[in-house]
Design a protein around this ligand. Structure first.
Ligand code: GLU
Length: 357
């Protein structure tokens, strides 16, 4: 059975005036029902809580951005999930709410716990409806947007496909407003699209095209097909499934040799790193080479941070960019004592090392 993660952006669920577009929401639900009936397992990552909440309530005191987020998402999420509940119930389908936070992915144990939660829902034919827990998320530790969240969910749940529905038709090969640009139908996961992407955010969501493309590439690199399409186009999900050639969208072709499950978790863990490892040029060249190598202490020049064995650490190259993320085989103090020493077990074993692209 094919497992699909469908991410629906706030822009899809709201009208131009910011009000919730219940007709569109209902059309998306109809299409997900079609997918379920045609043998797909579906996980829905839905934004729109804030937009829903803003529409519900007029406040008489000016709120700062955190207060607005907390208030609007608290009331909006209830409305959003309530509507989904009613719409799916018409088809006798069960939905369940999963509210999560970036921090809930920071240890392998928490990650596996969330995976177990969604697995038990799917086994019981319940459609998980996932959103960030915006009410209690701490600003600095939030997901960039729900695109990032949907990528993590697709990777964690070993999805076949992630479909990101936004209010654009895909990735354009130029200015979307110009008449001679078109949507790029197919790109390989490792293709650089920098020349085409504009950093414009539109409407009510947090995400822009740059994050969408970065997430799409990362997830496709993990072996998952990613599709960016316009959620405002009628029947878009059904058309992508039944007549992809005739349907406007961008598909990121997945890496045929994806990393292991553990590496997938590590790939999304850069921001949870507890330490920074600086390495010498030889070690950097070895890591970036074609062979599968582990990071050894002999190649380390300095270590920052205070971490325990099994914590996530970032590896920094000569120009101070993060070149790899991995799970440490040592505590920070043990590793610092052994900087430059030969013939010890690796600081990061290859199986727990993810190279940034
Ligand atoms: N979690 C936010 C909401 O439900 C949306 C974040 C985003 O726009 O990606 O309103």
């Amino acid at each position: 059975m094919k497992r699909i993660v469908v991410k629906v952006g706030s822009n899809v669920l709201t009208r131009d005036d910011g009000k919730l577009d219940v007709t569109r929401m209902s059309a998306i639900v109809d299409q997900i029902v079609w997918m379920k009936r045609n043998g797909f397992e579906v996980i829905l990552v839905s934004s729109g809580a804030m937009a829903c909440g803003r529409d519900e309530l007029k406040v008489n005191r000016k709120l700062d951005s955190v207060g607005q987020r907390q208030l609007y998402s608290a009331i909006g999420q209830v409305k959003l999930v309530g509507l989904y509940y009613d719409l799916f119930r018409e088809y006798n389908m069960h939905v369940g709410q999963v509210l999560t936070m970036k921090d809930s992915f920071s240890t392998r144990g928490e990650y596996l716990n969330q995976r177990a939660c969604m697995t038990v829902m799917l086994e019981n034919n319940v459609i998980p409806i996932v959103n960030e827990n915006d009410t209690v998320s701490v600003t600095e530790l939030m997901f960039t947007d729900n695109d990032e969240l949907s990528g993590l969910i697709a990777s964690m749940m070993d999805a076949d496909t992630l479909i990101i529905l936004s209010n654009v038709d895909g990735i354009f090969n130029g200015d979307p407003k110009s008449s001679n640009t078109r949507v790029i139908p197919l790109v390989n996961y490792d293709r650089d699209l920098g020349e085409y992407i504009q950093d414009s955010k539109s409407g009510f969501g947090r995400g822009g095209m740059i994050t969408k493309t970065n997430i799409a590439k990362k997830v496709a690199e993990e072996g998952i097909r990613v599709i960016i399409a316009n959620g405002k186009t009628n029947n878009i999900l059904i058309d992508i499934a039944t007549k992809p050639q005739e349907t406007m969208h961008t598909e990121f072709r997945p890496n045929p040799n994806p990393a292991s499950q553990v590496k997938k978790w590590i790939a999304h863990s850069e921001s949870f790193a507890k330490g920074i490892i600086h390495i010498n040029k030889n070690a950097e060249d070895a890591l970036k080479g074609d062979k599968a190598v582990s990071l050894l202490l002999v190649g380390v020049t300095s270590i920052e941070g205070d971490f325990e064995e099994n914590d996530i650490i970032n590896v920094v190259g000569s120009n101070n960019d993060i070149i790899a993320v991995g799970r440490s085989g040592y505590s920070a103090s043990e590793a610092k004592e052994n900087i430059g020493v030969h013939d010890l077990k690796p600081l990061i074993h290859y199986d727990y090392l993810y190279m940034e692209q």
